[in-house]
Design a protein around this ligand. Structure first.
Ligand SMILES: *[C@@H]1O[C@H](CO)[C@@H](O)[C@H](O)[C@H]1NC(C)=O
Length: 315
C-alpha cells in the first residue's frame, strides 16, 4: 500500500493539511514500511523492528521522515544491541564521539552512557539547560539517537522544535536576532555560530540555544566584521533569548516519558532537548535510569542562507 500522502497529495499544502489532520485526530498515517502516529512533536513509529538489518529503501524512508517530522520515536525496540545502535547512527553519516568521555560501563566508544547512578553511567548530563548536542564543535552534531536501557519513575526527556520559536518572533526581534552570533568557548577553543541559521536539510530557520559554553555574543556590523558585546550586553541578550524560550515552552514543549523499548532519532538541529533535573533523583527513590546516546557528525558548519541585512519589504 502506498502512503496516504503519495496517494492523495502531490501538493505541499495538501500534505501539510493531512499532517495537521492526523495531529488533530491522532490518526495513524499508514506507510508501506511502518505506521506513524503524530504526537505533539514528531511521530511515534510502530510496526518495524530496526534492530534487524532492514532494506536500503526503508532506511531512505526513515531519513526522509526524520527530516519531515524531526523526532521519530520508535516503540517496542527490544532488539537493538549496542552494535545495532551504532549501525543505525551510521545510516546518517560519520559518528561524532570525540567530545565525550566513555563511561566504564559503556559497551562501545561511540556510545555515551548517562544515568542517575554514577556507577552505571555519567551523571547530571544535559540537565542544566536546553541545548542541541555538541554546539561547541565547528560543525555541530546533525542527529542524536537515544536508546533507553533502564527506565526510572521520572525518566523524562523534553524536546522543543526550534523553527517555531524563530517563526514566533516579532519582525524587529527577528531582524535583531538574525544579526547575532554565539561565541562558544570550550577548552579554550572558540567557535562562533549564528544564533539563527538555515537548517541544512529543510532550509528552515532554526536557533542555536545559548548553553553555558556560550561566553559572549557578537553582532554583525554589515561590512563583514563583528562587534563583540561586553559582559553586560551579553547577559542581556542571553536573558532575552531564554525568556522567549521560556514563554514558548508552554505550548511547544514535548515531554517524552520513556518506556522500555523506546528508541528516538532526533534531528539535533531542528529540535533542542534537555533532561529536567528530576531525572537525576537517586536510584533508591525512582529506580535506575540508563540512557545510551549516539551522535552523528554535522556535514557543514551552521550557515545563514539568507541575507540578514536585506530589507524585509524587498522580498
Ligand atoms: C537494566 O536493564 C538491563 C538490560 O535490559 C537489565 O539486564 C538490568 O537488569 C536492568 N537493571 C535494573 C536495575 O533494572
Amino acid at each position: 500500500m502506498g502512503s496516504l500522502r503519495s496517494m492523495f497529495c502531490r501538493h505541499a499544502m495538501c500534505r501539510k493539511f493531512i499532517i495537521i489532520c492526523c495531529a488533530v485526530v491522532n490518526m495513524v498515517q499508514s506507510h508501506e514500511f511502518y505506521d506513524l502516529k503524530p504526537v505533539k512533536l514528531g511521530c511515534e513509529i510502530r510496526g518495524i523492528d530496526i534492530g534487524n538489518p532492514i532494506p536500503e529503501e526503508v532506511i531512505e524512508q526513515i531519513k526522509k521522515d526524520v527530516t519531515e517530522h524531526r523526532l521519530l520515536i520508535f516503540k517496542d525496540q527490544h532488539n537493538i544491541s549496542p552494535n545495532g545502535h551504532v549501525r543505525i547512527g551510521r545510516w546518517f553519516g560519520d559518528l561524532e564521539s570525540s567530545f565525550f568521555t566513555q563511561h566504564p560501563k559503556s559497551p562501545l566508544r561511540d556510545i555515551y552512557r548517562v544515568s542517575n547512578d554514577g556507577s552505571e553511567g555519567l551523571r547530571a548530563i544535559g540537565t542544566t539547560s536546553w541545548h542541541s548536542d555538541c554546539l561547541y564543535l565547528p560543525k555541530f552534531c546533525s542527529y542524536s539517537i537515544f536508546h533507553v536501557i533502564n527506565v526510572s519513575k521520572e525518566a523524562e526527556t523534553d524536546f522543543v522544535p526550534l523553527n517555531e520559536i524563530v517563526e514566533g518572533l516579532s519582525e524587529s526581534q527577528l531582524s535583531k536576532w538574525e544579526k547575532l552570533w554565539l561565541v562558544v568557548i570550550r577548552k579554550e577553543v572558540r567557535v562562533d555560530h549564528p544564533l539563527i541559521y538555515s537548517h541544512p536539510e529543510s532550509n528552515k530557520k532554526v536557533l542555536s540555544l545559548p548553553t553555558g559554553f556560550v561566553k559572549a555574543f557578537a553582532w554583525d556590523t554589515g561590512d563583514g566584521t563583528k562587534f563583540l558585546s561586553d559582559r553586560e550586553g551579553s547577559t542581556e541578550i542571553r536573558n532575552e533569548i531564554l525568556s522567549v524560550l521560556k514563554r514558548r515552552l508552554e505550548d511547544l514543549k514535548y515531554p517524552h516519558m520513556w518506556e522500555v523499548g523506546d528508541f528516538i532519532i532526533a534531528d539535533n538541529q531542528a529540535v533542542a532537548h534537555w533532561a529536567p533535573p528530576s531525572s537525576q533523583k537517586p536510584r533508591t527513590e525512582v529506580g535506575l535510569r540508563v540512557l545510551h546516546r549516539v551522535t552523528v557528525a554535522g556535514k557543514e558548519a551552521p550557515e545563514r542562507k539568507y541575507d540578514s541585512f536585506k530589507e524585509k519589504d524587498e522580498l
